[in-house]
Write a protein that binds this ligand. Structure first.
Ligand code: ASP
Ligand code: MG
Length: 403
C-alpha cells in the first residue's frame, strides 16, 4: 500500500512530538507500506515568521514573505528525518523544489498545477520514508510560492493523487470532524464519515479542520481522506464519495465563521450592470465574495450588501472608493461584528423544512437574521457576532445532533 500521512503544526510542535510522529510512521513502514509524510511548520512558527517580517516591514513583498514562510516546513521535515535516522530507519526530506511541485505564480496563494512524482517514487523504491514540506511550491520563475494558510493539507492530497495512494491520512489535534466545533458546541459529536461536498462546505464555512482546497482536490481525484488525531489512536472521520446509506443524515454539521465582515454599498443606481461592476472590480483583485443581498430597488437607487473575509475588507473598500468613475453610490458601510452561521447536510436536498427549522431555532433564541443564502446542501445566515455561539448551540440542538 502507498500511504500519505500529513501532520499539522501542533503534531510536530516539540521534539517529543516529532519523535512520536516518527515512531507512528515507522510502524506503518514496518508493515511493508510505502510511506510518504507531509509536514506543516512546528507549532505557531508560521505566525512567528510573519510577525518577524512585520517588524521590518508592515507590508512585506509577497515573494519574500513566501521565501520566509517556506522555511518553517523545511525545519519540520529535516528534523523528522533526523528523528527517523536516530531510530535506524532510512528517511529523506524533500522540499517543493526537490520534488518539483509546480504551482501558479501567485505568491501567498498559489495553486498546485503539477507534481513530478518521479523522485518520490524513486526514493520509495529505495525503501525510504519520504518526508515532504507542505504548504510550498515552485512557480514558473523558479521562485518559492505558498498555497495559502493551512495549505499543507492540500499538498498532502495532491501528492496522494499523484501517487495513486490508497489513503491520505490527515493527522491533527482533534480526533475527527465534528457536527460543530467542540469549543463552541461542547456536546458536538464526532462523525464516522462525511461526503466530499459536505466537508467542502464545512471547510469553506469556517469548520477549520481541513483546508478547503484539499477537499476540492480529494473530490476531483477520488482520494480517500481520513481525519484523525496524532495524539491518540481513535478512528477518525472518513471523507469520501457519498455512500448509499438508506437514510442520510439530514444535517451533518453546523459551522460558524467569525472571520467575515459585511460591506454594504448604499445608493447604487437601480439599473442594469451595477452588480456586475461591483463584483468585477473585486474579482479582479482576487477577493472572494460570499453571501450577497440586493435590496429591492425603490425609485432610482438600491443597496447591495455582501460578506467577505475580514482580512480583505480594507482593500475592498479602497477599491470601491477608487472606482467611482465606473460606479456611482452614496457611501460604503462596513460591519465587522457579524458572524456566518451555516447548516450543511446532503440530506436536506430531499427533505423540505430544514430552513424553517433553522429559522425557528434562531427565533426561539431571539436571534435576528440579517442575510440568508442557500445551496442544495447548505443554509447560511448572517447574524450578530455576539449571538454566534448561542445561535450555533440552538441550531445544533434543534437538529438533534448532540452526542
Ligand atoms: N504552516 C502553514 C500555516 O501555518 C501551512 C499549514 O500549516 O498547513 O498556515
Ligand atoms: Mg490545518
Amino acid at each position: 500500500m502507498i500511504v500519505v500521512k500529513k501532520f499539522g503544526g501542533t503534531s510536530v510542535g516539540t521534539p517529543e512530538r516529532i519523535m512520536n510522529v516518527a515512531k507512528r510512521c515507522i510502524e506503518d513502514y514496518n508493515k511493508g507500506n510505502d510511506v510518504v509524510v507531509v509536514l506543516s511548520a512546528m507549532g505557531d512558527s508560521t505566525d512567528d515568521l510573519i510577525a518577524l517580517a512585520k517588524q521590518l516591514n508592515p507590508n512585506p513583498p509577497k515573494r519574500e514573505l513566501d521565501m520566509l514562510m517556506s522555511t518553517g516546513e523545511q525545519v519540520s521535515v529535516s528534523l523528522m528525518a533526523m528523528a527517523m535516522a536516530s531510530l535506524g530507519v532510512r528517511a529523506v526530506s524533500l522540499n517543493a523544489f526537490q520534488v518539483a511541485m509546480h504551482t501558479t505564480h501567485t505568491y501567498g496563494n498559489a495553486r498546485l498545477k503539477r507534481i513530478d512524482s518521479e523522485r518520490i517514487r524513486h526514493e520509495l523504491e529505495d525503501r525510504k520514508i519520504v518526508l515532504i514540506t507542505g504548504f510550498q511550491g515552485v512557480n514558473k520563475y523558479d521562485d518559492v510560492t505558498t498555497l495559502g494558510r493551512g495549505g499543507s493539507d492540500t499538498t498532502a492530497v495532491a501528492i496522494a493523487a499523484a501517487l495513486h495512494a490508497d489513503t491520505c491520512e490527515i493527522y491533527t489535534d482533534v480526533d475527527g470532524v465534528y457536527t460543530a466545533d467542540p469549543r463552541i458546541v461542547p456536546n458536538a459529536k464526532k462523525l464516522e464519515e462525511i461526503t466530499y461536498d459536505e466537508m467542502l462546505d464545512l471547510a469553506t464555512l469556517g469548520a477549520g479542520v481541513l483546508h478547503n482546497r484539499s477537499v476540492e482536490l480529494a473530490k476531483k481525484y477520488g482520494v480517500k481522506l481520513i481525519v484523525r488525531s496524532s495524539l491518540n489512536n481513535s478512528e477518525g472521520t472518513i471523507v469520501k464519495e457519498e455512500t448509499k446509506l438508506v437514510e442520510r443524515m439530514l444535517i451533518s454539521g453546523v459551522a460558524v465563521d467569525r472571520n467575515s465582515d459585511r460591506i454594504s454599498v448604499i445608493g447604487v443606481k437601480n439599473e442594469p450592470g451595477v452588480a456586475f461592476k461591483i463584483f468585477d472590480v473585486l474579482a479582479k483583485a482576487g477577493i472572494n465574495i460570499d453571501v450577497i443581498l440586493q435590496s429591492y430597488g425603490q425609485g432610482d437607487t438600491k443597496d447591495i450588501s455582501f460578506t467577505l473575509p475580514s482580512d480583505r475588507v480594507d482593500e475592498a473598500v479602497e477599491i470601491l472608493n477608487n472606482s467611482t468613475d465606473r460606479l456611482h453610490f452614496e457611501r460604503v458601510d462596513v460591519r465587522h461584528d457579524i458572524a456566518k452561521l451555516s447548516v450543511v447536510g446532503a440530506g436536506m436536498m430531499s427533505n423540505p423544512g430544514v430552513a424553517a427549522k433553522m429559522f425557528e431555532a434562531l427565533y426561539n433564541a431571539n436571534i435576528n437574521i440579517s442575510m440568508i443564502s442557500t445551496s442544495e446542501i447548505r443554509i447560511t445566515v448572517l447574524i450578530d457576532e455576539k449571538d454566534a455561539v448561542r445561535g450555533a448551540q440552538a441550531v445544533h440542538d434543534a437538529f438533534g445532533l448532540e452526542d
